[in-house]
Design a protein around this ligand. Structure first.
Ligand SMILES: *Cc1c(COP(=O)(O)O)cnc(C)c1O
Length: 457
C-alpha cells in the first residue's frame, strides 16, 4: 500500500481555538454588521481571511529570534538576511522594508514617474495603487485563460507575450520596467511558467527594459514549475528559484507570504543604480538601510524562513494541503476557480447561490452563511470589493464574485480542512433555501469592503 502524504513537521506548541454555537455566531455577525472584517478573532473558529502574516514559525525561526541583533546600523541579522536572499535569488543588493507595499513604495518612488506605463500580469492591488498614485498606468497583460474559472490549464498566471510586446512596440519609451507577479495572486494564486519568464526576459531585452518580480509567493511558483513543467521534476526548489530570478533584474517581496514570517518585506536587485536610487527613499520612509522598518530579530527569523520554505518538504506540505481541500470540494461538487492555486480556494459564489441577484452580493452572502454554519471566516473577493465606478457611482458587476478561503501556512491540520469542506457542503446542500442576500447600509468611497455595514434581506 502506498503511504499517504503527511506534513513535514510535527507540532511543538499549540494555541487553543474557541468553538462557538450557531446562536452566538448569528449574534456576533449581526453585531459586526455582516462584515467579516469586523469580527473579533476569538469569534472565529477557522480563519481563512488571508494567508498574509498568519503563518506559524518553526523552532529554528524562534531560536533565531533570540539571536537577533538590534543594532541600529550594521546589524548582524541584516547581513544574515542579505546573504540568504543573495544565495536564493542571486541579487546582491538588498533593502529591508516593513512589508511588501513598503518595498513597492520605496522602489517605485525611484522608478515610476507620472505618465509611465508599467505592463504586467494582473498587478496586485497595492502594486497598482503605488503605480496609479504616481499618475502612471498599470497595463494588464495576463493571458485570457485566466478569466475562465473552469478552464484547467497549468500556468494560468502567465503574461501574454503578444499583449506585452504590443505595449512595448507602441510605448516603450514610457515603460520604466515590466512587473511579473509570481504566483499571480489576482488571478487566483495561479503560477507563471519558467518558459513564460524566459519569454518575458527576451521581450524585455529586445526593448532594453528591466524586469521586476513581485515575489510574495515565489516559492509556491517554483513548486508548480517543478510539478507541472517539463524538465524540472528532478531539480531542487532552490535551483528552480535561482533560474526564475536569473530572468529578473530585481524583486519586491512581501515576506508575510513565502518568507514564513508575520511581518516584513524587502527589495533585492542586481543593479547598483536601482539600489542607489531606492536607498534615498528607504531612509525617510522605512529607516536606516540595515533595518528598513524591521526588528533585528524579525530579519533573523526571515532569513531562516526563506531558507526553510525553499526546501521541497516545506512547500510541498503547504501546497498539498490546499490541494487536499480542493479535492474535497471536487467530491462535493462545489464549483471553485480551477485548477486550485497555491494559497487559497476561490469558490464561485455566483454559481453556488445562483438565486441571489448580483445586487444582493452572493459571495458576501456565502461568506456569512459559511461563518454561521461553522465559524469559518473567508473573504469576499467580488462585487463589494470591486467598489463603485468612480464616474457613474454604480456598483461594478462586471467581474467575478468569489469567496476566497486562504490557508495559513503550518497553522491548521487536514482535520480543519475537512471541517471547512463539510461546512461548505452543508451550505451548498441548502443553497436553494438561501434566496435573499444583503444590502449595503453604509459604505466608504474607496476600499469599502473593510468597513462596509450590511443588512440581511
Ligand atoms: C501581499 C502582496 C503584496 C503586498 O504586500 P504586503 O506585505 O501586504 O504589504 C504585494 N504583492 C503581492 C503579489 C502580494 O501578495
Amino acid at each position: 500500500m502506498e503511504l499517504p502524504f503527511a506534513e513535514s513537521w510535527k507540532i511543538k506548541m499549540v494555541e487553543p481555538l474557541r468553538k462557538s454555537t450557531r446562536e452566538e455566531r448569528e449574534q456576533w455577525i449581526k453585531e459586526a454588521d455582516y462584515n467579516l472584517f469586523q469580527l473579533k478573532s476569538d469569534q472565529v473558529y477557522i480563519d481563512c481571511l488571508t494567508d498574509s502574516g498568519t503563518g506559524a514559525m518553526s523552532d529554528r525561526q524562534w531560536a533565531a529570534m533570540m539571536m537577533g541583533d538590534e543594532s541600529y546600523a550594521g546589524s548582524a541579522s541584516f547581513f544574515q538576511l542579505k546573504e540568504t536572499i543573495t544565495k536564493i535569488t542571486g541579487f546582491e543588493y538588498v533593502i529591508p522594508t516593513h512589508q511588501g507595499r513598503a518595498a513597492e513604495n520605496v522602489l517605485f518612488s525611484h522608478l515610476v514617474k507620472a505618465g509611465a506605463i508599467v505592463p504586467g500580469n494582473s498587478h496586485f492591488d497595492t502594486t497598482k495603487g503605488h503605480i496609479e498614485s504616481r499618475k502612471a498606468f498599470a497595463v494588464d497583460c495576463t493571458v485570457d485563460e485566466a478569466k475562465d474559472t473552469q478552464l484547467e490549464v497549468p500556468f494560468k498566471g502567465n503574461v501574454d507575450p503578444k499583449k506585452l510586446e504590443a505595449v512595448l512596440a507602441e510605448k516603450a519609451e514610457l515603460v520604466p520596467f515590466i512587473i511579473v507577479t509570481v504566483t499571480n495572486n489576482t488571478a487566483g494564486g495561479q503560477p507563471v511558467s519558467m518558459q513564460n519568464l524566459r519569454e518575458v526576459r527576451a521581450i524585455a531585452d529586445k526593448y532594453g527594459k528591466r524586469v521586476i518580480f513581485d515575489s510574495a509567493r515565489f516559492v509556491e511558483n517554483a513548486y508548480f514549475i517543478r510539478t507541472r513543467e517539463e524538465g524540472y521534476a528532478d531539480k531542487t526548489i532552490k535551483e528552480i528559484c535561482a533560474e526564475m530570478f536569473s530572468y529578473a533584474d530585481g524583486m519586491t517581496m512581501s515576506s508575510k507570504k513565502d518568507g514564513l514570517v508575520n511581518m516584513g518585506g524587502f527589495i533585492a536587485t542586481r543593479h547598483e543604480d536601482w539600489y542607489e536610487g531606492a536607498k534615498k527613499f528607504c531612509i525617510p520612509f522605512e529607516g536606516f538601510l540595515t533595518y528598513g522598518g524591521m526588528n533585528g530579530r524579525d530579519m533573523a527569523a526571515l532569513a531562516v524562513g526563506l531558507d526553510e520554505n525553499t526546501e521541497l518538504e516545506t512547500i510541498e506540505t503547504r501546497i498539498r494541503q490546499v490541494q487536499y481541500l480542493a479535492a474535497k470540494l471536487d467530491e462535493y461538487g462545489i464549483p471553485y476557480q480551477r485548477p486550485v492555486g497555491g494559497h487559497a480556494i476561490f469558490v464561485d459564489a455566483d454559481k453556488v447561490l445562483d438565486q441571489i441577484p448580483k445586487e444582493e452580493f452572493p459571495a458576501q452572502t456565502l461568506a456569512i452563511e459559511l461563518y454561521i454554519e461553522a465559524g469559518v471566516r473567508g473573504c469576499e473577493i467580488g462585487y463589494i470589493l470591486a467598489d463603485r465606478d468612480p464616474v457613474t457611482r454604480e456598483n461594478r458587476f462586471g467581474g467575478l464574485d468569489l469567496l476566497r478561503l486562504c490557508i495559513a501556512r503550518r497553522v491548521y491540520t487536514n482535520n480543519h480542512m475537512d471541517v471547512i469542506a463539510a461546512a461548505l457542503k452543508n451550505v451548498y446542500d441548502r443553497r436553494h433555501e438561501i434566496t435573499r442576500g444583503v444590502k449595503i447600509v453604509w459604505e466608504t468611497e474607496l476600499m469599502r469592503h473593510f468597513t462596509v455595514k450590511l443588512e440581511r434581506l
